[in-house]
Design a protein around this ligand. Structure first.
Ligand code: CS2
Length: 484
């Protein structure tokens, strides 16, 4: 083992260093959820903006649950290696804007103190879909979400993301401090608008005047974020060490492509992310829909079919010409539901997605993408399917994707091995399926009845639900992939 990465001195020449003086940075952003995606997207965009435009926008990060990443970052003075992989090789960049990491559960009040510090002007989030407490059926706050329920009972000592944002904003209002801009970077449609709805719903429950103040004073810009980022593995740490000459337990790996579209509504300043290639726009919804439906919808399709078909990585699924063709059909079907997206040729976008999925240098597990299906299906597949059916399409690729998710939800692979269904509703799904015969009709009927997941417009379409049942039957009986 080499020396730990703790400074920029003496690194191997193969490591690209930050293009600015880290000593000039001050905490201006507090980021909740320092997982691999944040370290491959938000932090490098900020790093590149600092290099291109200067400024002092440093980032503090906070983990609401697990301590590992935060501890590794603190041990490394916030530094870590980003590996960018494609078939021509792997490049290493040291990413510099992180100043400090917090673990919310460790020191009571620590994170609230950071949220009320006037120096913090943006609070950004990558906490995954399930952390929001979004109730797809009502479009508002899910009062039964464990964090939401706990935080409503105890709003001054929150544990969940919505509770933290509301208490932080409340303290700033009480002290007359300009609010921060909450910035969602999760794969939800209109993520800023959704976050606003949840925050004001929560505020309304505890103090209607706070709700009003938030509505009048706090912007919630939506963003579209994109960069394929597999979970780090031993190979990530090994290659980071080879290319930097240092041991780095916070290293991540990602693809060359990166994209960020941001609504330019900030109340308290922002880094010049446009100098790093981000697109600042008035309204992000067309981009967001395009990405969620074309990229993420096809990703989920490939993940479920791929996983149950015995493929470990997306790149392996893409080696199967039938499945790669199906992914492209799914992208075309998704594109047909979209309005024109400014400056983007959807056909070329789809071609690029196919190439990104096939990148041989990226080992992205189908099991990783398959996680949290109940949180991902609506915006990726179910809403566009509903629109496609309303426009007279058979929505067949959507039926395949849903059948594949249902087959996956059985939790047993083609060799009879059980696997864990990593989904916040896994317990409910297992209970629903416990006594159901393993055939397409019965399993699909049981899962269509999962409260709040499938819209009535879908479940009332008999031809489509039968199509799902038939495809699921093929998947259950033969483990064959219905590609018609
Ligand atoms: C993936 C996304 O895990 C998943 O569900 O579809 O993480 C995907 O890789 C990113 O959204 C790409 O930007």
């Amino acid at each position: 083992m080499t020396e730990r990465l703790t400074s920029l001195v003496g690194l191997a020449p193969t490591a690209k260093l930050p293009g600015y003086d880290r000593n000039l940075l001050k905490a201006g952003i507090l980021h909740l959820g320092p997982g691999a995606f944040f370290r491959a997207h938000f932090a490098p965009f900020t790093d590149a903006a600092l290099a291109a435009a200067g400024g002092d926008w440093g980032i503090e990060v906070a983990s609401l649950r697990t301590a590992d990443v935060a501890d590794h970052l603190n041990q490394q003075n916030g530094l870590y290696t980003m590996l960018v992989r494609d078939t021509s090789g792997t490049k290493a960049e040291i990413i510099g804007p992180i100043l400090r990491a917090h673990v919310a559960t460790r020191i009571p009040g620590d994170l609230l103190q950071r949220l009320e510090d006037p120096a913090i002007r943006i609070v950004s989030l990558t906490v995954t879909e399930k952390a929001y407490g979004f109730d797809a059926a009502s479009g508002g706050l899910d009062l039964n979400h464990p964090d939401v329920a706990a935080d409503l009972a105890n709003p001054h000592a929150p544990r969940g993301v919505i509770g933290y944002l509301v208490e932080g904003l409340s303290r700033r209002r009480a002290k007359g401090i300009t609010p921060f801009t909450p910035l969602s970077c999760d794969n939800l449609p209109s993520n800023g608008a959704v976050l606003k709805r949840l925050v004001v719903d929560f505020a309304e429950c505890i103090d209607p005047s706070l709700r009003q103040w938030i509505e009048q004073n706090v912007p919630f810009p939506s963003t579209m974020v994109d960069r394929i980022t597999p979970a780090s593995t031993e190979a990530t740490y090994r290659d980071a060490e080879t290319l930097t000459g240092r041991t780095d337990l916070a290293a991540i790996e990602t693809e060359p492509f990166t994209q960020w579209v941001i609504e330019d509504h900030f109340v308290n300043g922002r880094p010049q992310w446009e100098k790093a290639g981000a697109l600042m726009v008035e309204d992000v919804s067309a981009y967001e829909k395009m990405k969620l439906r074309m990229l993420n919808g096809a990703h989920s399709l490939l993940a479920y079919l791929g996983y149950i078909g015995g493929y470990e990585f997306v790149r392996d699924v893409m080696d199967d010409a039938g499945l790669a063709g199906l992914a492209r059909r799914q992208m075309n079907a998704a594109a047909a539901t979209l309005d024109p997206v400014p400056g983007i040729d959807l056909d070329a976008y789809a071609d690029e997605l196919i190439a990104r999925f096939a990148n041989k240098a990226i080992a992205h597990r189908t099991y990783q993408i398959a996680m949290d299906g109940t949180q991902k299906l609506p915006q990726r597949l179910l809403e566009p399917a509903t629109e496609a059916l309303a426009n007279g399409s058979r929505a067949e690729t959507y039926a395949i994707a849903v059948a594949a998710w249902m087959r996956y939800a059985l939790g047993v692979d083609r060799n009879g091995q059980r696997y864990e269904l990593r989904d916040p509703r896994a317990g409910e799904i297992a209970a629903l399926l416990a006594d159901v015969p393993r055939n397409g009709g019965a399993v699909s009927a049981a899962l269509f009845a999962l409260p709040g997941l499938f819209l009535a417009a879908l479940t009332s379409n008999v031809a489509w639900t039968e199509d799902v049942a038939n495809k699921l039957e093929i998947l259950i009986q033969d483990n064959k992939l219905p590609l018609i």
